[in-house]
Design a protein around this ligand. Structure first.
Ligand SMILES: Nc1nc2c(ncn2[C@@H]2O[C@H](COP(=O)(O)OP(=O)(O)OP(=O)(O)O)[C@@H](O)[C@H]2O)c(=O)[nH]1
Ligand SMILES: [Mg+2]
Length: 413
């Protein structure tokens, strides 16, 4: 950490501003060498005041490379806790590269990936949970993942772990009292107190494990598989949930063969949805392979949308062949427009409601029309309700999902 590192901190490509970051003992010196406050001449600012924005020019000998803003931050009040200089230049691949090269020619070394954050950690400005959160903030794919990472970055997890540690130290002291002063120990019920602390610690650990699972959901997306017999409208439903025409829809059974996958953000929660081939008995080799893949996706899914249509008749055996019983599943009855008109009146020539095995009776059930976009909003809410833990009580009917997740993650803060 004795050397000075530099890198382009913003993504490559053209844009409004690009930032070059320099960190280390020579940062101020290097900045003073390459920066001038006037177009002509090398009027270096002398001492660079911390946390001030300087307007000026980056020069390579007599050549002006770019008009920039320069922000010196003396350590430890900086991202790395070292002396840091940020140069805001115009964002273009060539201009940023040239400035970086000049900085490197003055003695800085090109930083390695994550090295600025690593230095912040090594200088104990942030702990590992916060360092990890920095990467999560950068890579966040949804508003809720970002909120979670931001809370972690602000030290929410660090604080919780410290609380846990303090409780365990307290427990240890109780044990030592019992060993060293057995006579005094009889006055207080140390066993009961110790058990109480241990129970609380265990509960907190279980909470951490669940939080980790939730965080993975938020980072990688909750996996939903849409499955059912051929032609029940799986691809139509997929397209509705994605709000784009991703899967091919035709009136012909057996249209979808390869699983089709796409990501979607619902109420700030990321999902990865897979549309699968209709499951049925067939001799067609391509369909057989498609059905095998459908089953793989079903067993990997966090939630299955099991689609049926009015008129579907399904035996217990067919149902159990489709997917493992313990899967979190929503029974979705599609094509309800064939049963009810848009005002909710029963149609005179409606098909019979699906005949399903007893095992389906306990599944949460939703009625939709993928074709006419009916019941889809309610289905989305149901999906989120089932996936984002039981934290959402029946009372929070408005499903303010973001706040619910956030409050949940910030226990103890
Ligand atoms: N009336 C009505 N028809 C629908 C609805 N949803 C889908 N369909 C029609 O049902 C047919 C099959 O739809 P798909 O979405 O391709 O069904 P699938 O389950 O993906 O079919 P496979 O991929 O062949 O297994 C198409 O003609 C759709 O227009 C609906 O809600 N109501
Ligand atoms: Mg399909």
């Amino acid at each position: 950490m004795n050397d000075t590192i530099a890198a382009i901190a913003t993504p490559y490509g053209s844009g409004g501003i690009g930032v070059i970051r320099i960190s280390g003992p020579d940062a101020m010196d290097i900045a003073a060498q390459i920066f001038s406050r006037t177009r002509t001449g090398k009027a270096a600012p002398g001492h660079l005041e911390s946390h001030r924005v300087y307007h000026g020019y980056v020069q390579d000998n007599a050549d002006i490379i770019d008009e920039v803003l320069l922000i010196p931050m003396h350590g430890p009040r900086s991202y790395t806790a070292e002396d840091v200089v940020e140069i805001q230049a115009h964002s273009g691949t060539i201009v940023l590269k040239q400035i970086l090269e000049i900085v490197l020619s003055k003695g800085a070394r090109l930083s390695e990936p994550g090295e600025f954050t690593k230095r912040a950690f090594l200088h104990q400005r942030i702990d590992l949970t916060q360092a990890e959160a920095v990467a999560d903030i950068i890579n966040a794919r949804s508003a809720s993942a970002l909120k979670f990472a931001a809370a972690q970055n602000m030290g929410a997890l660090k604080q919780q772990i410290q609380d846990l540690r303090n409780q365990l130290i307290h427990l240890l002291s109780l044990v030592e009292v019992c060993i060293d002063f057995p006579d005094d120990a009889t006055e207080v019920d140390y066993t009961a107190r110790g058990t109480e602390i241990l129970d609380a610690v265990l509960r907190q650990c279980e909470e951490f494990i669940q939080q980790h699972a939730d965080a993975c959901f938020l980072k990688e997306g909750i996996r939903i598989a849409i499955c059912g017999k051929p032609n029940v409208g799986k691809s139509s439903l997929m397209n509705r949930l994605l709000t784009k025409e991703k899967s091919i829809v035709t009136a012909m059974p057996g249209t979808t063969r390869d699983p089709i996958q796409d990501a979607v953000n619902m109420n700030g929660v990321p999902f990865v949805i897979t549309d699968t081939a209709g499951i049925h008995d067939t001799d067609d080799l391509v369909e057989i392979i498609g059905i095998e893949r459908a089953k793989d996706h079903i067993s990997d899914a966090d939630l299955v949308l099991f689609l049926v249509e009015p008129g579907t008749v399904l035996s217990e055996m067919e149902f159990t062949k489709m997917f493992p019983r313990e899967k979190k599943t929503i029974l979705v009855i599609n094509k309800m427009d064939l049963v009810y008109d848009k005002n909710g009146g029963e149609k005179p020539s409606r098909p019979a409601m699906p005949k399903l095995p007893a095992a389906c009776a306990d599944l949460p059930k939703m009625e939709v029309s993928a074709l006419y976009d009916r019941g889809i909003k309610e289905l989305r809410e149901k999906i989120i309700y089932l996936c984002v833990r039981g934290t959402i009580t029946g009372e929070t009917a408005s499903l303010d999902i973001l706040d619910t997740i956030f409050n949940h993650f910030c226990i103890g803060k």
